[in-house]
Design a protein around this ligand. Structure first.
Ligand SMILES: [Zn+2]
Length: 156
């Protein structure tokens, strides 16, 4: 359609049908950057949050709890390559791992988690507890092992 002209011959500027209505409207949920990012709950699954560290496979081991159940404790060496100090995480409700030292101090923030079979634990600054000497932990574990291995032997 040719532009309208007044009787004087001036071009009447045509108003757009919808005066930039699209850009004035808020971005839709699908395209807004906020919703393109994964939700907070999925972030910790795919990429561990930066308050956790990856524990090398040789820097942690399973342990027993005081009832002798195997694989209910995680013994995690504080410094990779050094077996002097460790922190112990216990399995709670068969779902998550919680730092035992912090549990005693009522600090709920320190959980360990497995992501794709890799173990991640909170960095030291998130702990309110102090790491324990590994020789004490090992001594305790050996006692439990002897006690419960003996119990099993009697059962048989
Ligand atoms: Zn702790």
């Amino acid at each position: 359609m040719p532009p309208k002209r007044t009787n004087d011959g001036f071009v009447v500027p045509a108003l757009p049908k919808r005066f930039r209505a699209e850009s004035a409207m808020p971005a839709s949920r699908e395209t807004s950057p906020a919703t393109l990012r994964p939700r907070a709950s999925s972030v910790s699954r795919a990429h561990p949050v930066n308050d956790k560290r990856l524990v090398p496979e040789e820097s942690w081991k399973y342990g027993r709890n005081k009832f002798g159940a195997e694989n209910t404790h995680l013994i995690v060496f504080e410094t990779p390559g050094n077996q002097l100090f460790a922190r112990v995480y216990s399995l709670c409700n068969k779902i998550y791992w919680r730092c035992m030292g912090c549990r005693r101090l009522d600090n709920k923030a320190t959980r360990a988690e497995f992501i794709n079979e890799n173990l991640y634990v909170p960095v030291p600054t998130f702990h309110r507890c102090r790491p324990k000497r590994y020789d004490e932990i090992r001594e305790e574990q050996l006692k439990l092992e002897r006690k419960f291995a003996a119990a099993c032997a009697i059962d048989e």
